[in-house]
Design a protein around this ligand. Structure first.
Ligand code: ZN
Ligand code: MN
Length: 512
C-alpha cells in the first residue's frame, strides 16, 4: 500500500483597524449598516484620483512582520494586480508583489489536540504584505447584486506561510495563534465572523517520498510529477479551517487511489453540506499582469514606521505564566488566549503576591507557598470563573468585580476561611452583581464562613458519635475508612461550613 501525505500552506488576510482607509481619508468602518457611506472619489476609482498610502498601515504591517520574525525590506513598493470583478472598481487591486514589506519569517507553534503528528514545529512565513480590500457584494434573493463600497480600500495585511503544515490541526492552530498575535499587537480585532480575518489554505496530497521542501519550496523527487494544489476558500471559522482541510485531504487521497488527477483549482468550503465545492480553475500569477504602481513611489518601511516596540506576544506570555505562576501548559494557554483575560490573571497574581508578602512570618510557613497559591488562583480562573462566564454567555470584560476582589476570594479559600462549595456560591454572586463587592462581606452576610472554632465543631462531633454507634464501633475496631462517613455526617450537620480538617482531627481524638 502506498502512503500519502498532504502539503499545506496558509494565506491569511487581516483587516487593519486604522482610523482611515489605505489610500484615502475615508473612515475605516466597513461594518456599518448604511451602505456606501464611507466612500470618496479615490475608493470609488474615479478617473484622475491619486492614492496616498496610510502611514499607520505601513507601520502596523512592519509590526506584524517583526512579530513573525520577518526580515523587513529596505526597499518596498506597491504593485497593481489586475483582474476584473464588480467589487474592484479600478480593475486592479493595489497590492505588493516582488517587494513585500516583510519576508522570510517564522512562527513556533505547539500542537495540542487529538493525536498531533508532532508536538511543536517552526513554520516558515514566506511574506507579509500590505494591500487594499475590495468592496462587498450583497446578493439579493431576486438574483440582483448590490455593491457596498464601505469596505473598498480598507487596509489588509496578507500573510503567506511556507507549505510547512502536516495536518488540519496544525493549520488551525496557526490561524488561532495569528489571530491572538494581531490582537495583542492591537492592529486588528481579527474576528473571523465579521470577515476581519480570512483564511485560505493551499493543499495538495502527494505520495510519501515523491517530494522534498527546501526553503519553503516544494521540489519533486525522482522526476515524479506532483499533484496539483487546490486553493481552499470560504473558511469562515477555525472549525471550518480544520474540517475543510481534513475533507480536502480525504477527497484528494480517494482520487489518487482511484487513479484520477485534477487541475489546479479554487474550491470553497460549504458549511451546510460540510464539503468542498469547485469554484474555478486557478489563474497563474502572470494572468494578473503585475507591475509597479506608478502613482506611489517606493518606500523604506522602517523609516516610515519609526521606532517600533512590540508588546509581549502570546507565546512569550504563555512561557512567563508557566515559569512565574507555575501553571500547566494548558492553563497558561487558556489564560493567555485573550489579552484581557491575561491582564486579569496578571492583576490577580500580583495582588496575591502582595498579600503573601504582607503575611506575618509565622503564618507563612508552608513550603512552595507561591506555587500553591498561583496554581490555586489559576485553576479557579480556568475551571470555575470561565465555566460560569461561559454558562452565562459572558466575557471577562463583562464582569464588574476587580481582580483584587477575586484575589481575595482565592486567599479566603487558601486560608480555609471558606470551603469550595461556598466559595463557588460567592463567585456566582460576584459575577451576577453589577458592583465590585468584597467577597469577605458576602461571606459574612450569608454566614458561609468555615467554622474552625473547635468548641462548635466538638458539639457537632459529639452528636454524630452518639447518633451512629455502629460506625463508631467499626472505626474503633480498626476499619479506618468508615471515619470518612462520620466526617461527612459532621459536615452535613454544619451545612458544609465546618473545616473538614478540624473535624477529622477532633473525631480522631475522641475515637481513640
Ligand atoms: Zn475613500
Ligand atoms: Mn491578497
Amino acid at each position: 500500500m502506498k502512503q500519502y501525505v498532504p502539503i499545506i500552506g496558509m494565506e491569511v488576510h487581516v483587516e487593519l483597524k486604522t482610523d482611515s482607509k489605505m489610500f484615502c481619508s475615508c473612515p475605516n468602518n466597513p461594518n456599518i449598516d448604511t451602505p456606501n457611506k464611507n466612500i470618496c472619489e479615490v475608493c470609488l476609482a474615479h478617473p484622475g484620483t491619486l492614492p496616498v498610502p496610510n502611514k499607520k498601515a505601513i507601520a502596523w504591517t512592519v509590526m506584524v512582520g517583526k512579530a513573525l520574525n520577518c526580515h523587513i525590506l529596505e526597499f518596498s513598493k506597491f504593485d497593481r494586480k489586475h483582474y476584473f470583478y464588480p467589487d474592484l472598481p479600478k480593475g486592479y487591486q493595489i497590492s505588493q508583489y516582488e517587494e513585500p514589506i516583510a519576508e522570510h519569517g517564522f512562527i513556533e507553534l505547539d500542537f495540542v489536540g487529538e493525536n498531533p503528528i508532532r508536538d511543536t514545529a517552526k513554520i516558515g512565513i514566506t511574506r507579509a504584505h500590505l494591500e487594499e480590500d475590495t468592496a462587498r457584494l450583497n446578493h439579493g434573493e431576486d438574483g440582483s447584486t448590490l455593491v457596498d463600497f464601505n469596505r473598498s480600500g480598507v487596509p489588509l495585511v496578507e500573510i503567506v506561510t511556507d507549505p510547512d503544515f502536516k495536518s488540519a490541526l496544525e493549520a488551525k492552530t496557526y490561524c488561532q495563534e495569528l489571530r491572538n498575535i494581531v490582537r495583542y499587537l492591537g492592529v486588528s480585532d481579527a474576528d473571523m465572523e465579521k470577515g476581519q480575518m480570512r483564511c485560505e489554505a493551499n493543499i495538495s496530497v502527494q505520495e510519501v517520498g515523491s517530494f522534498e521542501i527546501i526553503d519553503g519550496v516544494v521540489k519533486p523527487l525522482n522526476g515524479i510529477k506532483l499533484n496539483n494544489k487546490v486553493e481552499l476558500k470560504n473558511l469562515n471559522s477555525f472549525k471550518a479551517v480544520e474540517r475543510g482541510i481534513d475533507f480536502e485531504i480525504k477527497r484528494q487521497t480517494a482520487m489518487i487511489e482511484k487513479g484520477e488527477t485534477w487541475v489546479q483549482q479554487t474550491r470553497g468550503w460549504d458549511d451546510n453540506k460540510q464539503e468542498t465545492v469547485m469554484q474555478r480553475t486557478k489563474e497563474n500569477a502572470a494572468d494578473y499582469r503585475y507591475f509597479p504602481d506608478p502613482d506611489i513611489p517606493p518606500f523604506h518601511p522602517l523609516k516610515i514606521a519609526g521606532i517600533i516596540s512590540l508588546p509581549e506576544l502570546p507565546s512569550q506570555k504563555r512561557l512567563r505564566f508557566r515559569e512565574e505562576y507555575y501553571l500547566s501548559y494548558s492553563d497558561a494557554k487558556i489564560l493567555t488566549d485573550s489579552k484581557e483575560l491575561s491582564y486579569f490573571t496578571e492583576a490577580v497574581m500580583s495582588d496575591l503576591v502582595e498579600w503573601l508578602d504582607s503575611m506575618p512570618e509565622s503564618e507563612n510557613k508552608a513550603e512552595n507557598l507561591p506555587q500553591k497559591i498561583s496554581r490555586l488562583a489559576g485553576s479557579w480562573i480556568t475551571s470555575k470563573l470561565l465555566g460560569i462566564l461561559k454558562e452565562k454567555n459572558m466575557d471577562i470584560t463583562d464582569v464588574k468585580f476587580s481582580p483584587e476582589n477575586f484575589a481575595e476570594l482565592v486567599a479566603l479559600i487558601y486560608n480555609n476561611k471558606v470551603n469550595g462549595t461556598n466559595a463557588l456560591k460567592i463567585l456566582l454572586i460576584m459575577v451576577g452583581l453589577d458592583v465590585d463587592k468584597d467577597p469577605t462581606h458576602i461571606l459574612e452576610e450569608k454566614g458561609w464562613g468555615q467554622v474552625s472554632d473547635s468548641g462548635q465543631i466538638e458539639t457537632l462531633v459529639d452528636d454524630v458519635i452518639s447518633n451512629y454507634p455502629d460506625q463508631v464501633a467499626q472505626v474503633k475496631a480498626g476499619k479506618d475508612t468508615v471515619i470518612k462517613f462520620l466526617i461527612g455526617m459532621v459536615m452535613k450537620a454544619s451545612e458544609g461550613s465546618a473545616d473538614p480538617k478540624a473535624v477529622e482531627e477532633i473525631l480522631r481524638k475522641k475515637l481513640v
